[in-house]
Design a protein. Structure first.
Length: 555
């Protein structure tokens, strides 16, 4: 099985009693929700109250301290010491350890006690309507009947303490007989394996930890076998179809399918482990969230398969714009699937998604201000994909930068310049900039000025003009509707001829070849006319500025 599958199954079992660790930080012990708690109060997991950190037990002879010591004894398997906190009638004096073990089983199977709700005063709570020496610890429901756990204050050779009342102790056997896992507990007792009934890490019994390891192995093996069988059946079906995308989808679904099957086995098997109610609810919610995760994982892979399938279609292979649009659309679709999957998994775990969304809305405002450029780049990429001012492979000029478009991403677009450097331009900036795409040209323009020497005669000029126009019109790639060959004026050192024409060619390289051919033919025309090309010259006139000689003086 893939690593992700193994990890998810391991987390499902290892985190079974994670609420126990949470409870350890909040001072909760095995037992039932107190009578004052509403019926819809959240159920939490168990705690070793003796070793709990941050729990104030109050007075040493308070109900809270006595309850903590009781659970500390039963958790460590000191059943005889735990019997001190039960008012056992003389007729059953020898059953104190057994009754303590049975009471612990009843409390484990029926609910949990929040330690802080139990009085920490030596006299207990005096405002509950009960006699001063009695304390109601919890209420619970068993087989549709409401039951009560009460403690009374008493004294023995070790001093004052609180113990479960005679009425509570008298009901222990009846409660225990109605437990669904009573037969298993009795089997461990008869076989002498009572240590397996002791709580282990995270307050789960040792036999449950062993059973979980076996369940994990069964889930791993079952997922491989059932997953392989399902893959074989699906491949047999998809081979009969002419399209390749369904074969790719089946191959991609291998890991989420196996993970889903493994979680399904774990979900079905936890019922046989007879976990305590909070642990069972947690595992059930975790496996349900895992199955939801598998569904969205499969949807994510399906989006990827469909995107690749669209890119391989005939209408898409020849269009870079289609490739760009499908790529951006696939990324957005995967992002939407990931977000929806995250919210659904959180909801499956029992967290209020509405509150989360409200919090995200408030926090999103702050994030939006800090991520304005990122969001602008994202919408810029969408704008480029929809409007398509240029495509991958086009030669463009943006903000004075010329280059070939190599990649259009969600954040930026990369251009390969003529110097072979790579320029990255944010899409938000790019969407607002003036861009010029040379690849969008339907024809290429030849525009040049040719100068002849001032010794050129009128007949030679006429011959050259006619030869230039003939050369252009005879070229196979010329666009014949607009050809300009005109003698335009007397330059500083030449007689100037303007030439302008368009060539219908697909690429700039093709245009360069055509331009070279035409210019060579122009040279031949000038040579045939007996004219010469002018080059920049300057004429300097020298004047004699020496002063005249004065007349000779008579001798």
């Amino acid at each position: 099985m893939a690593r992700a599958t193994w990890l998810m199954l391991t987390m499902t079992l290892a985190l079974t009693a994670t609420p126990a660790a949470w409870a350890q930080q909040h001072g909760q012990v095995p037992g039932q929700v107190p009578a004052s708690a509403p019926a819809s109060a959240p159920v939490h997991t168990a705690l070793d109250v003796v070793t709990a950190v941050g729990v104030d037990l109050g007075a040493p002879d308070s109900p809270r301290a006595s309850l903590a010591r009781f659970f500390g004894d039963v958790r460590s398997g000191r059943w005889q010491e735990a019997a001190r906190y039960l008012v056992v009638p003389p007729a059953q004096a020898g059953r104190g350890a057994e009754l303590a073990r049975r009471l612990k089983a009843v409390i484990d199977d029926t609910g949990w006690i929040e330690l802080e709700t139990v009085s920490d005063a030596p006299a207990g709570r005096l405002d509950d309507g009960l006699p001063p020496q009695q304390e109601e610890i919890a209420r619970f429901t068993l087989d549709g009947r409401d039951e009560v756990l009460r403690m009374v204050r008493r004294r023995d050779a070790q001093g004052d303490h609180w113990a479960f009342s005679p009425a509570t102790v008298a009901s222990i056997d009846d409660w225990y007989d109605r437990l669904p896992d009573r037969w298993l507990r009795d089997a461990f007792v008869r076989s002498g394996a009572t240590d397996l009934l002791r709580p282990g890490p995270l307050e789960l019994l040792w036999w449950q930890w062993i059973a979980m390891a076996g369940l994990l192995a069964v889930a791993w093996l079952g997922a491989r076998v059932l997953g392989g069988l399902a893959q074989w059946v699906l491949r047999a079906i998809t081979r009969r179809t002419p399209t390749p995308w369904d074969d790719r989808l089946v191959d991609g679904l291998t890991r989420p399918l196996r993970l889903a099957l493994g979680l399904g086995i774990v979900k079905a098997g936890t019922g046989a482990l007879m976990l305590v109610t909070p642990a069972f609810r947690f595992v059930d919610g975790l496996t349900a969230a895992g199955l939801v995760f598998c569904g969205f994982w499969a949807l994510w892979l399906a989006v990827d398969v469909w995107s690749r399938q669209l890119m391989e279609r005939s209408w898409s292979r020849g269009s870079t714009s289609a490739h760009t649009l499908i790529s951006v659309g696939g990324n957005l679709a995967r992002g939407a699937v990931a977000l929806a999957g995250l919210l659904t998994v959180i909801s499956a775990l029992g967290y209020p998604v509405g509150t989360l969304l409200a919090g995200l809305g408030i926090g999103g405002l702050a994030i939006a201000f800090g991520a304005q450029k990122t969001i602008a780049n994202l919408f810029g990429s969408v704008s480029i994909a929809v409007d398509q001012p240029f495509r991958v492979g086009d030669f463009v000029e943006v903000d004075g930068v010329k280059g070939v478009v190599e990649h259009i991403g969600l954040r930026s677009t990369r251009l390969r310049t003529l110097d072979r450097t790579l320029v990255s331009i944010p899409n938000g900036v790019l969407a607002d900039q003036r861009s010029e795409s040379y690849a969008a040209r339907d024809r290429f323009r030849l525009a040049t000025t040719i100068g002849l020497t001032y010794g050129t005669t009128r007949a030679q000029m006429t011959q050259v003009l006619a030869g230039f126009e003939r050369t252009l019109r005879e070229h196979p790639k010329i666009w014949p509707e607009s050809i300009v060959v005109r003698f335009v004026g007397f330059g500083a050192s030449s007689l100037d001829i303007d030439v302008m024409a368009w060539f219908v060619v697909p690429t700039f390289n093709d245009f360069q070849i055509c331009r070279e051919q035409v210019l060579l033919d122009f040279m031949q025309v000038v040579e045939a006319a007996g004219a010469d090309f002018a080059f920049p010259t300057r004429t300097v006139h020298l004047a004699n500025t020496a002063p005249a000689q004065p007349p000779a003086m008579p001798g």
